[in-house]
Ligand binder design. Structure first.
Ligand code: OOG
Ligand code: MG
Length: 265
């Protein structure tokens, strides 16, 4: 571990990010104050934030997400290395429900293939087949990301500390066994207010979205963690993220997996 922050600084920064998330307020990216901050420092802040949230009453862990796994996202954000973030029950919203934009700073929507695991995954070099053997089903999802940083601009350590911009997520459509769909060539079309705003295919995510799960498990491994059975994991946006605001209706149509829709209020 390459830590430059003290335990007291990690605690203070996790409280600062937590407050920004809770009140939908923007903060300066953490590397402005700590230019030497490392990726490990970012994860230390993120895990402290996770501990704080899970200590609140009624918030349960749900799983993880991997981000910046497609070229479209890397180019959009100017960050060229994937990062992970945790997902908890307070971020989940049901399919066809409304998402309150007053709770968010500058939300953007992403289409992602999600996986639900049936066996523990661990280790630094899992193959796509190793991952698929541990997958119970795949399910289409939309992630609403919301950087707490001004202008949605950050670097890798800062975005990791902000839980990789995680804010809300919606799963829906039709769950399928991983053997029943070709996960390399699954198409997705995102429509906002009846207009097509983005489209792509699952191969955009590291060639195969299960490769993103292998990468997540490696990052967890390097941090001393495993991915437990029963985890819900989002593999990363296939296309660039699309800004959304109150009044918008969004539907992500996934080939073979059905649609996921929501309204923003
Ligand atoms: C970081 C999170 C990216 C994805 O699916 O690529 C992400 C960001 O772009 O704010 O969730
Ligand atoms: Mg995402």
């Amino acid at each position: 571990m390459n830590l430059t922050l003290s335990q007291a600084e990690i605690a203070r920064l996790s409280e600062c990010v937590e407050a920004a998330q809770d009140h939908a307020t923007l903060i300066a990216k953490l590397t402005n104050e700590f230019p030497a901050m490392t990726v490990d420092d970012g994860y230390a802040v993120q895990f402290a934030l996770r501990d704080r949230r899970l200590a609140r009453s009624g918030i349960r862990p749900v799983g993880w997400k991997v981000g910046l796994t497609s070229k479209a996202k890397m180019l959009q954000m100017g960050v060229y290395e994937p990062s992970i973030g945790f997902l908890d029950s307070a971020m989940a919203r049901p399919e066809n429900s409304t998402i309150d934009t007053a709770e968010l700073c500058h939300p953007r929507a992403e289409c992602e293939i999600a996986f639900v695991t049936k066996a523990e995954l661990s280790g630094p070099d899992l193959s796509v087949d190793d991952v698929l053997a541990a997958v119970d089903f795949v399910i289409p999802a939309v992630e609403i990301i919301d950087s707490r940083y001004e202008n949605f601009k950050f670097d890798l350590p800062s975005v990791i500390a902000d839980n990789s911009s995680s804010a809300r997520f919606v799963a829906g459509g039709q769950p399928r066994r991983p053997d029943d769909v070709d996960l390399r060539s699954l198409g997705v079309v995102m429509e906002k207010n009846g207009e097509i705003v983005a489209m792509g295919a699952s191969a955009a995510v590291l060639g195969h979205p299960a490769a993103a799960i292998a990468m997540l498990v490696k990052i967890l491994h390097d941090l001393g963690h495993v991915l437990p059975a029963g985890s819900f994991v989002m593999s990363g946006a296939i296309t660039e993220a699309i800004p959304v605001k109150a009044g918008d209706h969004l539907i992500a149509r996934f080939q073979a997996l059905g649609g996921v829709s929501m309204r923003f209020v």
